[in-house]
Structures are given as C-alpha cells and as structure tokens.
Design a protein around this ligand. Sequence first.
Ligand SMILES: [Zn+2]
Length: 436
Amino acid sequence: MIQKTSGEMAVPAVEEILSDLIKIKTVNPPGGEIAAAQYLKRLFDRYHIPNEIIEPEPGRASFIANLGEGEKKLLYLSHTDVVPASEGWDFPPFSGEIRDGFVHGRGAIDCKGLAAVEACAVLHLAQTTELKGRLIFAAVADEEVGGYLGAGVLSTQYPDKIKADFAVNEGDEPWNINGRTYHSISVGEKGPAWMKLTAQGVSSHGSVPMLENNAVVKMAKVINGLAKYRPQIVLTPETKNLLQTVARIDGLYDEVNENNVDYILGKLRDRAIVPYLSAITRMTISPDVIHGGIKTNIVPDSCEAQVDIRILPGQSWEYVLNELQEILGDVKTEPLQYHMPSFSSADSQYYRLVEETLKEFVGEAPILQTICTGATDSRYLREMGVPSYGIGVLTLNTDKALGDSVHGKNEKIDVASLHIKTDFLIKLAKRYLGAE
Ligand SMILES: [Zn+2]
C-alpha cells in the first residue's frame, strides 16, 4: 500500500456529505437528479478522481467515477432520486439536520445514505491507497420509478461504464429477531407480474337480473378464487438457508424443506417476520383494485380489477397464466408491469468475500441471505451478468423505527452506522482490488 503523504486533503465527514445530498431535492417524479450529480462532480473533482455525468434527458442525470486501473473491477452503486415526503415530519424532510447522532431527512436511508458512504469510501481510498484494479462509483437517477433513466440507460447504452466483476447496492434493513440484531446480504428480488383483469357481461335492467351475465358477479368469483389459491412452495438454496438460520435462532432444529415451510413459519415466536418469510417462499397474489358497474339498477357489462402478483426465480408470466387458468376462466388478462425475478448466487467467491468482510464489522452473528420482495437497480446489473449484493444499514443496535421510516415519515440514519459502512466499503475495495 502506498501512503500518499504529500498533498493529502482531508475528506469531509460522511454525515456532512449525506446532509448536503438530502438538501438537494430530487423527488422522483420529476427527479432533477442533475443537481445531485453536479454536487458529486464538484466533490470528486476536488480530489482529481476521473468522473462524468450521463444525462439521457434534461435534468435526469447519473454520476459515474473511476478510481484505479487494472483487470479487476468492483462497482459501488446507489441512486440519488427519492420518493415524495408527506406532511407532519419532526424535522423538515429536506433539512438534512444532523442531531442526536442521526442524520434526518428524505433519502437518509433510501438511498442517499448509501451514495454518501460509497462516495466517502472512494475519496478516502483516493487519498491513501493505490488500487490494483478499478473501483467504479455510480450514483444513478430514476430508481424509485423503475430505473429506466438511470441504471436502465447505463446498462443498455453504456454497459462498459458500469460492467464489473460484482457490485454492492442497496439492501434490506437489519432484522431484530428476539431482541438481537442480524444483518443481511440481499441476493435476489422477486419479479412483479402485475395483472389487469376485465370481466365482460351483458347489460340489462337490475329489476330483472340475470346474474350469469353480471360482470361484477363474475369478477367476484375470480377474486374469491385468487384469495383461496394456494401457491406452490419454492425454496432456492438461499431462501432455504435463510429459513434454516431463522429457525435455529428460534430453537427449531427441523431440517427445512418444501413440505414443512408453513409448519416452521407457524412455530416461529417472532411473528413480525413471518409475512416476509412467507412471501419469499412462494408466488404472492394480492387483488388490490376493483371497479365495476355504474348504477344501482343496471346489470354491469364490465368489471375491472388489478392484481399485484410477484413471482420467484424460475417463474414467469406464462407460469402465472398456467397456474391461474382455471380460476380466471374467460376473464381477459393483460400485464400492467412485468419483469423477471433476478438473482445472484450466494455460492460464489464474491459473495463469500462480501460476507467475510461484513462479519468483521458487525460481529459473528449469522448473516442472513435475503430476497427483496420489491425491485431495485440490481436487476439491471444481474441482467448484464454482474452479480449484485445488497447491503442495508449497518447499525449495531436495531432501532425498529429506522427501517420503518423508509418511504415513510421521519426517515433518518444513525451516524455511527454511516462510519461503519464507509470502513466496510474501504476494506472490501482494498481486499478485492489487491491493495492488501
Ligand atoms: Zn432505493
């Protein structure tokens, strides 16, 4: 390792970088991530780190920087857009207030907290270390509404700029199981297969009803069928591992298999984690919108419903139609949003390196291998063949309110966890890129 002793510049505190980023309003829509990209550009320019801004549409910009040169490549990904903030926060949501050991504001966790720690890690490395490979930093636009103008554009139009051996991206917040904190590495995501249903009927007078022609009655039968549907249990090696770990923490030593998943979920003392564990072991179906009929005395000739369906690795739109064929009958189906689930194996040298390094910072408790029920930009990377691992907040004392504040009120992150994560990312880059 080469210590740069001359011309070294102090790196701003990670909480200051985060506070600055929160003050830059990048609510998506409309986004306006260019302001965050320009802030990062000024910061990285000060440390002479090569960087660029990619702006596929006016104001919608991603920032990319590169440190070091060599064959090996590691990507640190984050996004700079945030979801809107409602009324009634304890602090103004875009104040970036640093108080009582926390940074407060929209994006503190999702995902400016990650952008700040990744930036801070790169600045530190630039000042102290000669990397033997390339560390790519990408803080991208548009993640909160699907990622098309951020990671989507980069992966399809500029793949070489973000192509790496593996990546670290946002992950799940730490779990508190029976009073103890457990951290996770997110290895995959379910895919949305959101479906619109339309039932057709024949309109007539409601005083002489013909229920077989009533579109609302037809749809009611379908919805009832969907609610009763029992999906097949699917265990990937990682979800099996997660369930086994959680069961053991709870003192259950049964060997987990497809047949006893629900039995084990029924036995877990910590009920709060059960809906999540249930959702990652099967396709889920939630009929969430229904519209039909126009007047009390008119038999409706049409009824529409929208169903939130999420599928697992190995499942597809065709799988969904096949499974639900009998329930759906002659009701018309069309996709509202659909993409394939994405997945990076935990049985890989990259996963093991991330896990080993992580344990040095959060202790020896088992690291949970989680599957995200929502979507992140990791899916674009995985489609390019880049394994992507999600790491959440590295707080050592779980404050339940922390995770609940993501996309909700009073989003905040503890400063201590920002420092731990910066150190973790510095260590991981040094290990992989041959500087130690
Ligand atoms: Zn996010």
